[in-house]
Design a protein around this ligand. Structure first.
Ligand code: AMP
Length: 210
């Protein structure tokens, strides 16, 4: 199955992607994670992307399209994949079509803006392995420390409140038009993000079967 997870930053795409990935044994391709890894490794692309990410802006289309094009050539994508955080603009979606990728389903996880701000400002990520936590909803066993690898938890620069508001504005302007784009192709299923992650997961798994 070839899936796209659509939704605002912080809607829970990453968490749902993890569940689906395990459920269907297909990889998740998260452009955000790929870009952050490039940043950590100080590659040329990573260094260029930093100025956009830190301000909450989108990295230019040609850069992300190039990343996805290369990643989809890898062997583990043969039986399907989940795109998490791509496409984020209409030109990116068109590029996917031009690559000949036949998407089976687009799941749009909808969460109101106020909730997004609350969620993202409380998010903390592991500086070592990238695992995600929340100050209220998903506390680590030991304050400020990753359960999985023991590294320190940090706040993403783009999870500061003013940057979150900028990311939401960009989401509404540039990414939300994809809802109509995929609705017109009859690919869209909406999942209402719930208070409890497990409830959203149940709806997501049901959406896969519909
Ligand atoms: P994410 O982890 O998906 O929230 O992505 C973090 C940041 O990476 C975004 O705010 C963008 O700056 C950049 N990014 C990730 N995916 C894309 C994309 N498809 N198009 C443009 N920029 C992206």
């Amino acid at each position: 199955m070839k899936l796209i997870l659509l939704g605002a930053p912080g809607a829970g795409k990453g968490t749902q992607a993890e569940v689906i990935s395990e459920h269907l044994s297909i990889p998740t391709i998260s452009t955000g994670n790929i870009i952050r890894a490039a940043l950590k490794a100080q590659t040329e692309m990573g260094i260029k992307a930093k100025e956009f990410i830190d301000k909450g802006l989108l990295v230019p289309d040609d850069v992300v399209i190039g990343i996805v094009k290369e990643r989809l050539k890898e062997d583990d994508c043969k039986n399907g994949f989940i795109l998490d955080g791509f496409p984020r603009t209409v030109p990116q979606a068109q590029a996917l079509d031009e690559m000949g990728v036949e998407i089976d389903k687009v799941i749009d996880i909808q969460v109101p803006d106020e909730k997004i701000v609350q969620r993202l400002s409380g998010r903390r990520v592991c500086g070592g392995c990238g695992a995600s936590y929340h100050l209220l909803y998903k506390k680590p066993e030991k304050d400020g420390v990753c359960n999985l690898c023991g590294a320190q938890l940090v706040q993403r620069v783009d999870d500061k409140e003013e940057t979150i508001l900028e990311r939401l504005k960009i989401y509404h302007e540039q990414t939300e038009p994809l809802v109509e784009f995929y609705k017109a192709k009859n690919k869209l299923t909406v999942v209402e993000g719930q208070e409890e992650v497990a409830d959203t997961t149940a709806l997501t798994l049901k959406a896969l079967e519909d």
